[in-house]
Ligand binder design. Structure first.
Ligand code: 5GP
Ligand code: ZN
Length: 119
């Protein structure tokens, strides 16, 4: 069924606790943890607990969960002190855009100057 945990999904395993992560936030609908390979001094991933392959499909199926992910991303940026210096919320979508884990996730990046456009 849509949104159900997938046995072969890394982020479902992190949400369930089967794979360890450095968790920075949890709510009924979201989970946030530090990226294992950080690309900036702050690099946190925010995921919906429900499994959807990318942000757009999450928003189409469960707009409230998508809003939760976005709100939590902002709260984490504030908690990490990024709101004054600027930060980036990124949803890589599709392999051609660099998506490697097909469970929707927001990257929250900050703590250094961020170039635009990204690569
Ligand atoms: P994507 O490339 O799909 O946009 O982002 C996936 C992210 O997950 C990457 O930034 C990668 O470093 C991170 N990642 C991959 N495996 C793990 C893991 O086992 N634990 C954590 N915390 N992050 C991971
Ligand atoms: Zn999943």
């Amino acid at each position: 069924m849509a949104g159900e945990p997938q046995a072969d999904c890394l982020f479902c395993k992190i949400v369930s606790g089967d794979v360890p992560a450095t968790v920075v936030h949890e709510s009924d609908t979201t989970y946030a943890f530090r990226d294992i390979n950080p690309q900036a001094p702050t690099h946190v991933l925010v995921v919906p607990k429900a499994h959807y392959p990318d942000a757009a499909s999450l928003a189409a199926a469960e707009p409230a969960f998508a809003a939760d992910v976005l709100r939590v991303a902002g709260e984490i940026a504030t908690a990490e002190g990024l709101d004054s210096t600027g930060f980036r919320i990124v949803f890589n979508t599709g392999a051609g855009a660099g998506q490697t884990v097909f469970h929707a996730h927001a990257h929250v990046l900050g703590g250094r100057g961020l170039q635009w456009p990204p690569g």
